[in-house]
Design a protein around this ligand. Sequence first.
Ligand code: AMP
Length: 117
Amino acid sequence: MADCVFCKIAAGEIPSTKVYEDETVLAFRDLDPQAPTHVLIIPKAHIASAGEITPENSGVVAHIFEVAAQLAKELGLENGFRIVNNCGQDGMQSVQHLHFHMLGGKKMGWPPFPPEA
Ligand code: AMP
């Protein structure tokens, strides 16, 4: 997809700090980490959001979770981690290419969103 920053990262046109790559999936460190370990796991093929997952393209999502389990061991997250997907406007998705945030290295809070004012 032209003008998609994560497509450009997947194509090697924009640099990233890769932690995992295969034919269909890439994982790289988030530019603005929200935890001691914060990586983004993406399909290389463009899927705009979790709202666009279909029976035809969902196989890569299962693979992403296999990669996450492997990365947890490699990145020292044996104590646990959190996987977050922001979808659409209300979900505060800022990059319109499906990605899963993998966060770890500290005890998380719950609920993950600020209480109503
Ligand atoms: P979201 O708000 O869920 O769409 O998450 C997008 C994430 O992408 C944010 O955490 C950004 O910090 C991260 N991000 C944006 N551009 C880059 C980039 N070029 N390299 C690494 N992370 C990026």
